[in-house]
Ligand binder design. Sequence first.
Ligand SMILES: Cc1cc2nc3c(=O)[nH]c(=O)nc-3n(C[C@H](O)[C@H](O)[C@H](O)COP(=O)(O)OP(=O)(O)OC[C@H]3O[C@@H](n4cnc5c(N)ncnc54)[C@H](O)[C@@H]3O)c2cc1C
Length: 454
Amino acid sequence: MESDANVTRIAVIGAGPAGFYATDALLKGLGDRASVDLIERLPTPYGLVRFGVAPDHQKIKSVTRLYDRTLADPRVRYLGNVELGRDLSLDDLRRHYHAVVLAVGSPTDRRLGIPGEDLPGSMSATEFVAWYNSHPDFQDLAVPLDAKTAVVIGVGNVAIDVTRVLAKTVAELGETDIADHALERLRGSTVEDIVIVGRRGPAEAKFTTKELRELGELANADIFVREDELDVGEASLAAIAGDVNATKNLEVLRDFARQRPEGKPRRVHIRFLLSPLALRGDERVRSVVFGKNRLEGRPGGGLAAVATGETEELNAELVFRSVGYQGTPLAGVPFDERSGVVPNDAGRVLEVRGGAQVPGLYAAGWIKRGPSGVIGTNKACAMETVASLLADDLPTPSEPSPEAVDALLAARGARPFTAADWARLDALETAAGASAGRPRVKLVAVDEMLATVR
Ligand SMILES: Cc1cc2nc3c(=O)[nH]c(=O)nc-3n(C[C@H](O)[C@H](O)[C@H](O)COP(=O)(O)OP(=O)(O)OC[C@H]3O[C@@H](n4cnc5c(N)ncnc54)[C@H](O)[C@@H]3O)c2cc1C
């Protein structure tokens, strides 16, 4: 690193994929002048790669090896267990850094806005996923698995992840890094039927074909798709012409409809053209009332689900809404409530959508563009943001030294988790996993993580 006067101090907030790709792009762009603090509210890095990606999809998690190279770079400091809004404010960051890149993701979920949504047994896929992936904030989630039928509302890959976790055996899941508390509860699961439900038709489903196909290959569950619901109209076919994923999805769904059940212990059903209208129940959810839809062309293009007036009630004691993740506002940071993102232009944060630039403030990843795309999508997204940052005249902070940040955090009583701390925890988790034939056994509670490495 160069002498202090020539160094550009950047705070990247959030150590998920976008935070890592932004850090990497800053190192490449600034070279010896780079000095990046990667600030993460949890002790552990990697964001949704640790707490979102399904435990039975370990290969996807190997992307963290690249992130570890970034963590090992001497121009980068990892400050885990430090939260913007709790331990540091935006004004603090402005005092200590030339620029701030927000890469905080989309931590909450979209709601259905229908009666009964808050009955016990009804929850978001976001919470359930965080629970089975050992997210410290969700370890106490009540998941009443003494249910016969679970309904998963939404037709994207997260709905498929949730379905696989409910459908697989404890023996299968026991080979993964699923949370021990989740494995224990899933051992007592009485779920037999899992019904995935989409508002529109099979051609409009957001699944990726690889993930969809996996549902037909489950050792513990048969797959059921209704032939009559695959009868997509001309308009849908025209809309997906040239869309390889949607066309292949239809082929796979047709295969599923032809598949003969083998009498496996569990059953996965995929249903279409149903909008949830209400959840009914007493001390817990008992059923979901759906309105049946048909598809109609919209004047500006695209297809809308239009209610036919008919309804269908499905008995279910567990309901997961999986209709999208959503960003939340950060104190002092502009936020667009309608789209659930930080308003920005190529990553430059704007005061309001289409408004003036906020100097020195940038966004990358899901908080910049909304919750879509795969892990790799965040790379191009972060590179665009960093290109904007490097092209701008950055404000001059009053105290740009790393020591000043350390002193501030110490004064606030924060206990930063360093890259060395994480390396120790990582080694302990993987060693615990190795002796149990698993990729790792995750620690869950933040206090336990801090105590274990110190
Ligand atoms: C259930 C699920 C499964 C997925 N599976 C796959 C898959 O199999 N393959 C694939 O390619 N993609 C998958 N994705 C998508 C992928 O995870 C995302 O594209 C990616 O994680 C988004 O990156 P991000 O950095 O914007 O957000 P995140 O990964 O959410 O990272 C944001 C980070 O910011 C931290 N943070 C939040 N607020 C603060 C704060 N105030 N101060 C400090 N830190 C903060 C968070 O703790 C988190 O670590 C999946 C997503 C989900 C939800």
